[in-house]
Design a protein around this ligand. Structure first.
Ligand SMILES: Cc1ncc(COP(=O)(O)O)c(C=O)c1O
Length: 469
């Protein structure tokens, strides 16, 4: 391990010693598991990850998420825990809250949700009475399961009404207003899992206000762009904003709840302010103990997201995605909405011979990761689908921008052209082409290494020259 700078207090580097001992123990006592973990690093190095929800966490985020803080059991909030031994955790959670509010210009943050799904469930439970109505984007139009899909408890415990897209593939705001007026939902949800365009949160808020609904903005997919100013922020438009922390924020698996100017607005009882309601909604109403090491990792990720490099990467993500959409369209692929404003590109495969799952698997065989995705009016089942969803988060983290997208699009196009479907789920790729394309992807990845490759090489050199701790 590379030598560490001295601690401020002159104390020992106990967490680093622990991490080092842990890795040594893992390799000594459980080579099977250690081998799998090493294989994962190798795979991430040598594949082009274009799953729109993925990003690469910094080594310091991963280190914090594996820290001894994980051993702390402490229900409740800083200064009001139900267990002893939370002195350091209290400070870490306060730090994470401070950094989250500063990053998003929010007035309130809850860093305890274990995921964005659990954050959404907590928020909805606090704002919608059992059997009450919520209005969200339809799953097939790009919404998320927790926005009222019948496959989620949100579709069973609430009366879910859904809006969709207009003929250009953009959110049909007219329909949102009509459905809101007809159904008077308790909560209107703005946010999506598969939507490549800017979301007009101000317009959503006007619709919510017109029917006395709370507006929940779910920015799970675009939180990094929002933090970097590359997508309009919902924080002062929505009553409540939720996000995952592992997607564009580059943090650990986890969720986050934010509120802006409306953080003291009354909840459904007309009295309890929203910030207090959210505290209760997470603990004790929907979660038990928080995950202290994950909260430390969130604090670290929020700090990194406030740095200039993060903003530069966000800009590269959007410009890269735009270029990728254009390059794919040039090669005859049907790009939904004709392009993108964010990190995501959606491809309709219905004119091709391939299904979503066949395209996903063929690309994976050649080292390119994208995911199958249902598209509007899709007649194929969710495990098959007629579309794929691509994202440029990790490409931008590799330093790849618009000038590299011709090569990426060409590679994808070549894989899909070399794929012959045998059924909706079976296919063959011409073997010579598969080997050639896989090698090409490997070489491309080597030319644009992951952001932590340099730090890893430095750590390895330090070990070799005996400067390890
Ligand atoms: C819009 C949206 N909300 C919520 C989620 C759920 O996030 P998590 O994986 O943190 O539960 C997703 C996941 O992809 C999403 O796209």
């Amino acid at each position: 391990m590379a030598p560490l700078p001295p601690t401020r207090s002159g104390a020992e580097h106990r967490q680093a010693d622990l991490a080092h001992a842990g890795l040594a123990e893992l390799h000594r006592e459980d080579p099977e598991l250690a081998g799998l973990l090493d294989a994962e690093v190798h795979d991430q190095d040598t594949t082009l990850a274009m799953v729109a929800s993925s990003s690469i966490a910094a080594p310091s985020v991963l280190a914090a998420s594996g820290s001894a803080l994980s051993n702390v059991t402490a229900e409740g909030y800083p200064g009001a825990r139900y267990h002893p031994g939370a002195v350091n955790f209290d400070e870490v959670e306060r730090l994470a809250v401070r950094r989250a509010t500063a990053l998003f210009g929010a007035r309130y943050a809850n860093v305890q949700p274990h995921s964005c799904s659990s954050a959404n469930l907590a928020v909805l439970a606090a704002l919608v009475p059992p059997g009450g109505t919520l209005l969200g984007l339809d799953l097939d139009s790009g919404g998320h399961l927790t926005h009222g899909s019948p496959a989620s408890v949100t579709g069973r415990h609430y009366r879910a009404v859904h809006y969709g897209l207009d003929t250009s593939g953009r959110i049909d705001y007219g329909q949102v207003a009509e459905l809101a007026a007809a159904h008077r939902p308790a909560v209107l949800i703005a946010g999506a899992s598969a939507y490549p365009r800017i979301i007009d949160f101000a317009r959503f808020r006007r619709i919510a206000d017109s029917v006395g609904a709370y507006l929940l903005a779910d920015i799970s997919h675009v939180a990094g762009l929002v933090a970097a100013g590359e997508h309009p922020s919902p924080v002062d438009h929505a009553h409540i904003t939720t996000t995952s922390t592992y997607k564009q924020l580059g943090g650990p698996r986890g969720g986050l709840i934010l509120s802006g100017r409306d953080h003291r607005a009354p909840g459904p009882d007309g009295r309890t302010p929203l910030d207090r309601l959210m505290q209760q909604a997470v603990f004790p109403q929907s979660q038990g103990t928080p995950a202290p090491a994950s909260i430390a990792a969130k604090a670290r990720a929020f700090a990194l997201a406030a740095e200039p490099l993060f903003a530069r990467t966000a800009r590269l993500t959007v410009s890269g995605a735009r270029a990728l959409a254009a390059e794919l369209a040039c090669r005859g692929h049907r790009v939904l909405t004709g392009g993108t404003d964010n990190h995501m590109v959606l491809i309709d495969l219905r004119d091709s011979r391939l299904t979503g799952v066949v395209a996903e698997r063929a690309l994976e065989e050649c080292g390119i990761l994208v995911n199958r995705n249902r598209i509007p009016d899709d007649t194929r089942p969710p495990l098959v689908t007629s579309g794929i969803r691509l994202g440029c988060n990790v490409l931008a983290q590799r330093g790849m921008g618009p000038e590299h997208m011709r090569e990426c699009a060409e590679l994808m196009h070549a894989v899909l052209a070399a794929t012959t479907p045998l059924s909706d789920t079976e296919y063959v790729i011409e073997p010579h082409q598969r080997v050639r394309l896989r090698e090409h992807v490997r070489a491309l990845c080597a030319r644009h290494p992951l952001p932590h490759a340099t730090a890893r090489a430095a750590a390895r050199d330090a070990l070799r020259t005996g400067t390890s701790l």
